[in-house]
Design a binder for this molecule. Structure first.
Ligand SMILES: Cc1cc2nc3c(=O)[nH]c(=O)nc-3n(C[C@H](O)[C@H](O)[C@H](O)COP(=O)(O)OP(=O)(O)OC[C@H]3O[C@@H](n4cnc5c(N)ncnc54)[C@H](O)[C@@H]3O)c2cc1C
Length: 299
């Protein structure tokens, strides 16, 4: 049987799309992924989700979103989609057929793959300075990377931390000139050129980082800012991606979240390499569901 709408992915974008689509009686099927709930499943307290003054634990927030989508009638299967065919309608998503599809497969930060990184992820090892910087008031933080994101993270952290190290692999920053200037002239930031983190140490949380030259830096946090990888492998050759692999939407002025394939929409971190926030992903998920609803009505 052909579904009206399939949503691929189950982060804030996917579940929000699910809530809106289910309330619009589109009876959406959410293919949530084997590891459902998205990136917030790997964090502790989320302090910038509007409406939760006391903060909310990431997994609790995602469980609420999932329940809410189900409450309105979304069907959720914790399966990874391995194959899509968008060349004709109805679209094929694994063995399922759909008139419209919303892609919300998200992105993941590129890891260093060093000892201690996995162990202390969420306990000092972080990937989002906008999210976690306020936890570093009067503490020491270390940022890994040399591009614009790393510089932005380092500058964000200086608003709270007393000292910020920036560990740069090369002898120059890849960031824009203005960013590089802000970082190099900030008295709180110490740049460690031609260096890399080779180990992260601690007992219950991050306490230090060891560099390739053997130096041990005492730090409360290690922020990874060496890029993100959008989960778009299965869409290669099917829809337009940018040079970093993010989905390009906005092909239609009537349906801003539509991709180059009419009837296929995309939302959240899989299209967004700029904001990468739960609330922006959820907002885009809402937009994609409203666009899909309107498109299905007009079709
Ligand atoms: C440790 C950490 C802490 C963070 N803290 C905050 C914070 O405090 N505040 C904030 O606003 N943001 C925070 N973020 C960022 C926020 O989590 C993301 O911006 C947001 O989760 C993006 O939502 P999304 O729905 O686009 O994708 P994601 O959350 O990445 O979810 C994508 C989902 O799609 C699924 N998927 C992928 N491929 C497939 C497939 N082939 N088939 C089926 N399913 C698939 C995945 O399993 C995943 O469940 C944090 C991120 C991390 C990593």
């Amino acid at each position: 049987m052909t579904k009206k709408l399939i949503i691929i992915g189950s982060g804030p974008a996917g579940y929000t799309a699910g809530v809106y689509a289910a309330r619009a009686k589109l009876e959406p099927l959410i293919l949530a992924g084997e590891i459902h709930g998205g990136q917030l499943m790997n964090t502790t307290v989320v302090e910038n989700w509007p409406g939760s003054k006391a903060g909310i634990m990431g997994p609790a927030l995602m469980a609420e979103m999932r329940d809410q989508a189900q409450k309105f009638g979304a069907e959720i299967l914790d399966k990874n989609v391995t194959k899509v065919d968008f060349s004709k309608r109805p679209f094929m998503v694994d063995d399922y057929l759909a008139e419209a599809v919303i892609i919300t497969t998200g992105a993941s930060s590129i890891r260093l793959d060093v000892p201690g990184e996995k162990e202390f992820f969420g306990r000092g090892v972080a990937t989002c300075a906008v999210c976690d910087a306020p936890f570093y008031k009067d503490k020491v933080a270390l940022v890994v990377g040399g591009g614009d994101s790393a510089c932005e993270d380092a500058l964000t952290l200086t608003k709270y931390a007393r000292q910020v190290y920036l560990v740069v692999r090369r002898d120059a920053l890849r960031a824009s000139k203005i960013m590089a200037e802000r970082v190099t002239t900030n008295p709180k930031i110490k740049i460690l050129w031609q260096s890399q983190v080779k180990q992260i140490l601690g007992k219950t949380k991050v306490e230090a980082a060891v560099l390739v030259n053997g130096d041990k830096l005492v730090t409360d946090g290690v922020f990874l800012a060496i890029g993100h990888r959008p989960a778009t492998e299965i869409f290669l050759g099917q829809i337009n991606l940018d040079h970093k692999g993010y989905i390009i939407n906005g092909a239609s002025k009537d349906y801003p979240t539509m991709t180059n394939i009419t009837g296929v929409f995309a939302a959240g971190d899989v299209v967004d390499h700029r904001y990468k926030q739960a609330v922006t992903a959820a907002g885009m998920g809402c937009m994609a569901a409203l666009d899909a609803e309107k498109w299905l009505e007009n079709k």
